[in-house]
Write a protein that binds this ligand. Structure first.
Ligand code: ATP
Length: 323
C-alpha cells in the first residue's frame, strides 16, 4: 500500500490534530504518500482531497479542533453518495484510509467496505468515550478536564450564595463526562443516560443534605439523561423545594475545544502510529484502541455493536463520598 487518505469525521474532539500528525508522519516515514480528506465523508464525496507533507502537520500537536475540518454527511448514507466517494478515492489513487471519528464514522466505513474494497483503520476520536475496544478515546480526558475546571468555579460561587446548581455537561447517549467530572468535583449527585434517574430519590437526598446544613448542592447531569436536561431537573427541584435558589449552567461546546491534555496528545500519537502500521500489515475494518496500555485492534462491527460499560462501583462510590 503506497497511498493512504486520512480524515476526521463526526463530532470534533481535542487531540484530533495530534492524531493527524502521527498518521502523516508515520506514513511518510514509511515512504507512503498521504492525502488529507477535508470535512469527513462529505469532503470525500466532493473530492476535497490534497496531498500532505510532513510540514503540513507542524505546530499542530497542541491545537484543539482539526486542521482537516469535520462534518456529518447525509449524502454518504446513500448509495449514490458512496459511489461518488469511491470514484474520488480512485481518482486520487488512494488505497487505504485512516478514519478518526466515533461510532457513526465506523458504521459508515463498514457499509462502504461492503460495496467497495477500500481497507480502513479507525481511531477513536470522540469526547464521549462511548466506544467498545478502548479504555479511552481521543478528547475525552481534555473534555473532562474542561468540565472540571468550570464546575470548580461554579462550586465557588454556589458556596458563596448557598445556592443549588444543576450543571449540564455533554453526553447525548453516554454519561462518562458527567460521571467523571462529577466525581472529580465532588458533585452531590450525577445523572447519566445509562442509569435510570429516580428524581424522587435525588430530591430526597438533597432534602437530607439541606437538613444537615450542607451549603453547596451541585448536581451534574448529562444532556441525554433519561429524566431530561438541567432545566428539567431544576423544575423538578423547585416543585419540591420552592424556596430553594436553584441555578442552571449548561457548559456546552467549550467542552469540545481547547488545547488537548498531555494524555490526549500521547494517546492520539500512539493510536495514529499504530493505525498506519496496522494498514501496512494488511489489517482492515478495525479500530485501534488502547486497552491496559496496549494497542489493540477491534473490528468495526464489534466496536459499534457494544457500548462501553459504566463500572458498577462508581455509582455506589459517588453516593457514599457525597454524603
Ligand atoms: P461522534 O460520536 O463524535 O458524534 P460519529 O463518528 O459517531 O462522531 P456521526 O455523525 O454519527 O459521528 O457519523 C459520522 C458520519 O458517518 C455521518 O455523518 C455519516 O456520513 C456516516 N455514517 C454514519 N452511519 C452511517 C451508515 N449507517 N451508513 C453510511 N454512513 C454512515
Amino acid at each position: 500500500m503506497n497511498k493512504i487518505g486520512v480524515m476526521t469525521s463526526g463530532g470534533d474532539s481535542p487531540g484530533m490534530n495530534a492524531a493527524i500528525r502521527a498518521v502523516v508522519r508515520t506514513a511518510i516515514f514509511n515512504k507512503m504518500e498521504v492525502f488529507g480528506i477535508r470535512r469527513g465523508y462529505q469532503g470525500m464525496i466532493e473530492g476535497d482531497i490534497f496531498k500532505m507533507e510532513t510540514t503540513d502537520v507542524s505546530n499542530i500537536i497542541q491545537r484543539g479542533g482539526t486542521i482537516l475540518k469535520t462534518a456529518r454527511s447525509k449524502e454518504f448514507m446513500t448509495l449514490e453518495g458512496r459511489a461518488k466517494a469511491y470514484a474520488q478515492l480512485m481518482q486520487n489513487g488512494i488505497e487505504g484510509l485512516v478514519l478518526i471519528g466515533g461510532d457513526g464514522t465506523f458504521r459508515g466505513a463498514n457499509v462502504f467496505f461492503e460495496q467497495y474494497p477500500i481497507p480502513a483503520v479507525g481511531l477513536p476520536g470522540t469526547i464521549d468515550k462511548d466506544l467498545a475496544g478502548t479504555d479511552f478515546t481521543i478528547g475525552f480526558d481534555t473534555a473532562v478536564n474542561t468540565a472540571v475546571e468550570a464546575i470548580d468555579k461554579i462550586r465557588d460561587t454556589a458556596d458563596a450564595h448557598n445556592r443549588m446548581f444543576v450543571v449540564e455537561v455533554m453526553g447525548r447517549d453516554a454519561g462518562y463526562i458527567a460521571l467523571n467530572s462529577g466525581i472529580a468535583c465532588g458533585a452531590e449527585d450525577i445523572l447519566i443516560p445509562e442509569l435510570r434517574t429516580d428524581i424522587h430519590l435525588v430530591i430526597q437526598k438533597i432534602k437530607e443534605d439541606v437538613r444537615r446544613k450542607k451549603n453547596v448542592h451541585l448536581l451534574v447531569v448529562a444532556e441525554g439523561d433519561d429524566f431530561g436536561g438541567a432545566e428539567d431537573v431544576k423544575k423538578a427541584l423547585l416543585q419540591d423545594l420552592p424556596e430553594a435558589d436553584v441555578r442552571v449552567c449548561i457548559l456546552g461546546h467549550i467542552q469540545r475545544g481547547g488545547a488537548p491534555s498531555f494524555a490526549d496528545r500521547v494517546l492520539a500519537s500512539r493510536l495514529g502510529f499504530a493505525a498506519v502500521n496496522a494498514l501496512r500489515a494488511g489489517k482492515h475494518q478495525v479500530m485501534v484502541g488502547q486497552i491496559n496500555n496496549e494497542m489493540v485492534l477491534t473490528p468495526f462491527a464489534e466496536v459499534v455493536k457494544q457500548k462501553a460499560i459504566i463500572p458498577a462501583d462508581l455509582q455506589a462510590m459517588t453516593y457514599v463520598l457525597s454524603t
